[in-house]
Design a binder for this molecule. Structure first.
Ligand code: C5P
Length: 283
């Protein structure tokens, strides 16, 4: 049995440059990963099976946005499996279990990280090197941020976010993720972007670039879910925070801290608000 971590993704910065003819948006984004997240287990079986367990497996309510986005997540795991089998000419059946530790539709990878972990697990089980271009091709065909999740490495993403250039820095930095329990739709947040190009990421080391950057999806996401502004305000005010921002299309916000003690104090403040939070580190 293969146990494959599906680490939470964060966008240290996310600049939207322009809307493309294909409906996607041209991005400049700094991808980084937490040391914790969801988990995929995978083994060969007599018949295909896909089960979801963990704290957010039962978080679905009928007709909610969560359910629709989670259905996409389910689809992404099984679609990754199907695309892998087809491209590599493999006929094996698999039992796949997703342990859902991260809130769904929350801007920290979710289904993308799960799909990427599924591809890595299938590749490992089949002795296919993770550098095989076909894995990247499947990832890009399934979603714009899945290639980044496939490598799990800190990177600058351009294009749809799938042209990747590795970056270094900030590994081991104490990281706090906070989600106020409101799911937002990625497509709806992008659709609310005001169309103003506020400029490129500056040069410099990773922290300098991240701090000088922004998340252009924060205003439209905050219009859809005003509580995001409250989360941001609390993280901004946290003692020892060196950077706080919303990740992806939200609603999860994150902060980097100079010490684990400062991070844990901010985590307790999030607990006091009744918000979900994960006290972790940057990979
Ligand atoms: O590729 P993925 O399915 O993850 O994207 C979800 C939605 O987010 C897209 O349908 C699109 O509306 C929006 N998106 C975008 N530009 C990007 C990435 C995503 O407009 N670069």
């Amino acid at each position: 049995m293969i146990v494959e971590p599906a680490p939470a993704k964060i966008n240290l910065a996310l600049h939207v440059r322009h809307r493309r003819p294909d409906g996607y948006h041209e991005l400049e984004t700094l991808f980084a990963f937490a040391t914790e997240g969801d988990e995929i287990t995978l083994e060969t079986a007599d018949a295909d099976a896909f089960d979801i367990t963990g704290p957010f497996a039962a978080a679905l309510t009928p007709s909610s946005i969560q359910e629709r986005e989670e259905a996409t997540n389910d689809n992404l795991v099984t679609r990754a499996r199907n695309a892998f089998r087809e491209l590599f000419g493999i006929t094996d059946k698999y039992r796949i279990t997703l342990t859902k530790n991260l809130p769904i539709a929350s801007g920290i990878g979710g289904g993308s990280a799960d799909a990427a972990a599924t591809l890595r697990a299938l590749a490992r089980l089949s002795n296919i090197p993770l550098t095989d271009q076909r894995l990247t091709d499947i990832a890009a065909s399934l979603g714009a941020d899945i290639p980044a999740c496939l490598t799990g490495r800190t990177a600058l993403g351009t294009g749809r976010g799938d042209d990747l250039a590795d970056l270094t820095g900030l590994a081991g930095t104490p990281l706090l993720l906070v989600n106020p329990g409101v799911a937002v739709s990625t497509a709806a947040v992008f659709a609310g972007w005001d169309g103003v190009d506020r400029g490129a990421l500056p040069d410099g080391d990773l922290l300098t670039r991240a701090r000088a950057g922004r998340n252009d999806l924060e205003p439209p996401a905050s219009r859809l879910a005003p509580v995001i502004a409250s989360v941001r305000a609390q993280l901004d005010a946290a003692s020892g925070a060196i950077l706080s921002r919303m990740s992806g299309s939200g609603a999860t916000c994150f902060a980097l801290f100079d010490t684990a003690t400062a991070r844990d104090a901010a985590a307790a403040d999030a607990d006091a608000q009744g918000w979900w939070r994960l006290a972790t580190t940057l990979a």
